[in-house]
Design a binder for this molecule. Sequence first.
Ligand code: MN
Length: 228
Amino acid sequence: MSAYVIEPPKTVSIPVAGGGEFPVRRIFCVGRNYAAHAREMGHDPDREAPFFFCKPADALLTGDADMPYPTETADLHHEMELVVGLKSGGSDITEADAMSHVWGYAAGLDMTRRDMQGEAKKLGRPWDMAKGFDHSAPIGLMVPASTVADSSKGLIELKVNGKIRQSSDLSFLIWSIPETIAYLSKLVRLEAGDLIFTGTPEGVAACVRGDVLEGTVAGVGTVRAKLV
Ligand code: MN
């Protein structure tokens, strides 16, 4: 008999291509990791140290489910991203060792209340409610790293209602996947089940109810969400 005084929360998981579920522990997101996106947000991307924010695991939206347009925003932005899933963790992981901790990848969306984020930046407040709201992280199937030929390059693209809104290449990441894992592991001890949203390329923009978002990361997969 469990000593829990309420029902323990369910483990959030992401369906894996080919079967099974990837259980999720935490979601870390990298800010401003493509130079052209940093510039469009008004920043100089010349390799300032990477910075991170988090979303709760249950912000994930799987199975190409419809995404409810969130409350308290009139400026919901899409950010198309490559997502990395870890099978193991540690502190002070070296760049050389970093990729051995990667279980797989997925295509994901870091949906953002841009108006609320802008206000938070101005007032020096945290981004949590701008970034970590319910259903703020639509994500496609996880694919094992063994099936991904090269996660350091390849097209990353987002179409909204069939029109290309974001189009770039993973090779334009300022901080590569191993660099990001190594850096993050100095800040926190990484664990199996942790996800890292690696940042979005340029072209972020507002979307509205009825829009259909379809993202692709070459060699990894797709993510789809209709805003309702
Ligand atoms: Mn992002």
